[in-house]
Design a protein around this ligand. Structure first.
Ligand code: PLP
Length: 419
């Protein structure tokens, strides 16, 4: 067989690791060309919420594809986008009055940052400084990397990343350092140096290692930003759609952001789409008769009708089915299994939020830990899709996963602790 010309993401092709050919998926399972059934314990990189090939979402995609596939969105509109914007308005916090479409989590973050800078410029008080949290992750485009943690992931691009001010991750049991640092950073600087916005993943930092911090800290960070008039951007690309136990993680802190980024579970995980929602003043700052104040952002496939139809099917599932009950049930089942696993001596740390659990195996040696490839290989052989972040193994399954499949996942993790 001639080698595939495909260059895979986050893959070192030189290691010669196998690349299974996936021919189908359903529920919490993937099916490979060599006849294996693989349990998808990470929701295919955090996107699949209700399950793979969900019949309602698949039908919506098929119907829409035959009706209207794609149309320019600058100056034109279509029903799937209008329905989706109205549907989001109905379930998201009422303060978030405006819906801007893009295609991925990274672009939803780029849009959020551009909205924030445009807001300040158009108000005649330009500010450029962006505040971020240590260990944050917001995507892999240059702007999204700039507001994320620096590391081996972005070493080559570092000179091009813009400067941000990083506040410390809330230390266990404390968090006062975080709040003090945020307060100082909001206060500092005038004019271009003023703080324009603070961007954060609410309650759970995903790619940074599935790190959890208390809702009280989130609420307090929001209060500090409000106090100083600094825009508060919640990147809920991973945390939304029930992942943390509620529709939005922000809900658990009673927080409404000024700008909200949504993607991954927006279509139930079936097809790429993102939205950035904003409070009215952010839109109003771009509004008027001056064409120079419009929001200068677009991509070819903005609000693609097929993707919007998938998202509408996802919203219908949320409206008509007991999704939060399923989430609560999975959270409980995850908690039970984590409690059993935690007693193993090789487990040096464990945490859980909503449907997500994370387990630390041995000492932490970072993302390039040499245990990680061994774990990856071990889980692949066990027909379980898990992809540790360094020595952190996390489980984030589709909400439909069965008890039997969840057991397979945790049995594999328990065995992996010894390798
Ligand atoms: C995955 C992720 C992103 C990036 O989303 P992509 O669709 O991969 O570009 C941004 N923010 C958070 C919190 C994420 O987990």
């Amino acid at each position: 067989m001639t080698p595939s010309p495909i260059w895979h993401p986050f893959t070192q092709h030189g290691l010669g690791e196998p690349t299974p050919l996936v021919t189908g998926a359903g529920g919490a399972a993937l099916f490979t060309s060599d006849g294996r059934r693989v349990v998808d314990a990470i929701s295919s990189w955090w996107v699949t919420t209700h399950g793979h090939a969900h019949p309602r979402i698949a039908a919506a995609i098929a119907q829409q594809a035959g009706r209207l596939d794609q149309i320019i969105f600058a100056g034109w509109t279509h029903e799937p986008a209008e329905a989706l914007a109205a549907g989001l308005r109905a379930i998201m916090p009422p303060e978030l009055t405006r819906v801007f479409f893009s295609d991925s989590g990274s672009t939803s973050v780029e849009v959020a940052l551009k909205m924030a800078l445009g807001y300040w410029l158009n108000r005649g008080e330009p500010r450029h400084r962006i505040l971020v949290m240590e260990n944050g992750y917001h995507g892999d485009t240059i702007g999204a990397m700039s507001v994320g943690a620096r590391g081996v992931f972005n070493r080559a691009y570092r000179p091009l990343l813009f400067d941000v001010e990083t506040i410390p991750f809330p230390a266990a049991g404390g968090g006062q350092d975080t709040l003090d640092a945020l307060d100082r950073a909001c206060r500092d600087g005038v004019g271009l140096d003023g703080a324009a916005a603070f961007i954060v993943e609410p309650l759970l930092l995903g790619a940074g290692g599935m790190l959890v911090y208390p809702a009280a800290i989130l609420a307090e960070m929001r209060r500090i930003c409000t106090h100083h008039g600094v825009l508060f951007i919640a990147d809920e690309v991973m945390t939304a759609w029930g992942r943390t136990g509620t529709l939005l993680a922000c809900e658990q802190a009673g927080v409404v952001p000024d700008i909200l980024c949504l993607s991954k579970g927006l279509t139930g995980g079936a097809i790429p789409l993102a939205v950035t929602m904003a409070i009215e003043p952010v839109f109003a700052a771009h509004h008027g008769s001056d064409r120079g104040r419009m929001f200068f952002h677009s991509s070819s496939y903005t609000a693609n009708p097929i993707a919007c139809a998938a998202a509408n099917a996802n919203l219908a599932i949320w409206r008509e089915e007991p999704v939060l009950d399923r989430v609560a049930d999975l959270a409980r089942r995850q908690a039970d299994r984590l409690a059993a696993l935690e007693t193993l001596p090789t487990i040096t740390g464990a945490r859980r939020l909503g449907t997500v659990t994370a387990i630390e195996i041995g000492g932490s040696a970072g993302y390039l830990s040499d245990r990680a490839p061994r774990l990856l290989d071990f889980f692949r052989r066990r027909d379980v899709l898990l992809r540790p972040l360094g020595d952190t193994v996390y489980v984030m399954p589709p909400y439909c996963i069965s008890d039997a499949d969840l057991d397979l996942v945790y049995e594999a993790i328990a065995e992996a602790c010894d390798i």
